[in-house]
Design a protein around this ligand. Structure first.
Ligand SMILES: Nc1nc2c(ncn2[C@@H]2O[C@H](COP(=O)(O)OP(=O)(O)OP(=O)(O)O)[C@@H](O)[C@H]2O)c(=O)[nH]1
Length: 323
């Protein structure tokens, strides 16, 4: 049985991993691609945002694949490849806070994974706007250091001098990887798939301890607040609350994302934010009989779960307000 190629997409919170993944899936033609998505918060948002061309989507939430759900990653891939399902390749999207080393380690050390899949490349998405502010974080540096391919995304948000400075910074951390500048995750398949770039020898030169015992500690000042709200939200109330909240807390907010059920709206509303940048747009329609709930995740420092919970709860479109 031939081994399936696995591509790991990593990159810091909000860099554009899911946007890249969707681009690759849309260029996929008839290929059967299985996707494993890991998110930090216990509410999975990305699974709803991945285009429907993925053959199989496995979501690993409630922890990071580099530590708490690492066993789940091995089990999920083992199950995918032994299920008899026709799968041509696998793509793993890590959480934005993942340390790539333990994830790579699973592919190198686990017997089942080793016999069924071949790690093709680590593709790291870099946020052109925020990377130089993120580089103090161990995870952001390691994601760049371990990359075989580095994609500087969001090039529309920065000028040439700033992009050059970011490129110099990532080149310092990783002298070998191919670097491409992209916008909206639009990398060609040839730049990221089947490049046979994964080279354990190079990685061992960067991190000799790669195959050693790894217990990854996430910076403990970063926390996640995940909310699920059953009642529809008022778009006006939510937008006003969110603008105030972001204004007040933007510096501490690393990432927000949500799939919202707005009053009177037949489509999901998808919103994203990284620090002070945010955008939102209508997404897929709700299916007939589908339970409409809003799910929102906030990741940042010093987050007050009660403040956020109360703030969002006050945006519910309750019957008295809906009139
Ligand atoms: N301006 C601009 N925005 C972008 C670009 N690429 C992605 N975005 C936006 O950035 C936000 C985050 O993109 P995602 O693809 O969800 O990022 P991610 O890395 O998967 O996020 P996490 O999984 O939460 O870490 C979304 O609002 C995207 O629409 C780009 O090239 N330019």
């Amino acid at each position: 049985m031939s081994k399936k190629n696995v591509t790991i997409i990593t990159g810091f919170l909000g860099a554009g991993k899911t946007t890249l993944l969707n681009n690759i899936l849309e260029q996929g033609g008839d290929e059967k691609i299985a996707v494993v998505i890991n998110e930090y918060g216990e509410v999975g948002i990305d699974g709803q945002l991945v285009v429907e061309t993925a053959d199989t989507i496995v979501e690993l939430n409630n922890g990071c694949i580099c530590c708490t759900v690492r066993g789940d990653l091995v089990a999920a891939i083992g199950e995918l490849v032994s299920s008899g399902r026709p799968i041509d390749r696998l793509i793993v999207e890590t959480s934005g806070l993942a340390d790539p080393a333990p994830v790579i380690q699973s592919f190198v050390l686990d017997d089942v994974l080793k016999s069924h899949v071949r790690l093709d490349a680590i593709v790291t998405v870099v946020d052109a706007r925020h990377f130089r502010g993120q580089v103090a974080k161990d995870e952001a540096r390691e994601q760049v250091a371990f990359a075989d391919v580095l994609l500087i995304n969001k090039t529309d948000l920065e000028d040439a001098a700033s992009l050059d400075a970011t490129e110099r910074e990532i080149r310092r951390l990783n002298p070998l990887a191919a670097i491409h500048r992209i916008r909206d995750g639009a990398a060609s398949r040839a730049a990221v798939l089947d490049i046979g770039a994964f080279d354990l020898k190079n990685l061992l030169a960067i991190e000799p301890d790669l195959l050693g015992d790894h217990a990854h500690e996430h910076a403990d000042d970063i926390a996640c607040v995940a909310l699920t709200i059953a009642e529809p939200l008022s778009p006006d109330l939510f937008n006003r609350w969110f603008a105030r909240f972001q204004q007040a807390r933007g510096r501490d907010l690393l990432r927000m994302k949500g799939v919202l059920s707005f009053e009177g709206e037949n489509r999901r509303y998808v919103f994203h934010g990284v620090h002070m940048t945010a955008d939102g747009r209508p997404g897929r329609p709700w299916g007939a009989g589908e339970i409409r709930v809003s799910q929102i995740v906030f990741i940042g420092r010093h987050l007050d779960a009660a403040e956020i919970g109360d703030g969002v709860a006050a945006c519910r479109s309750l019957p008295a307000q809906a009139a």
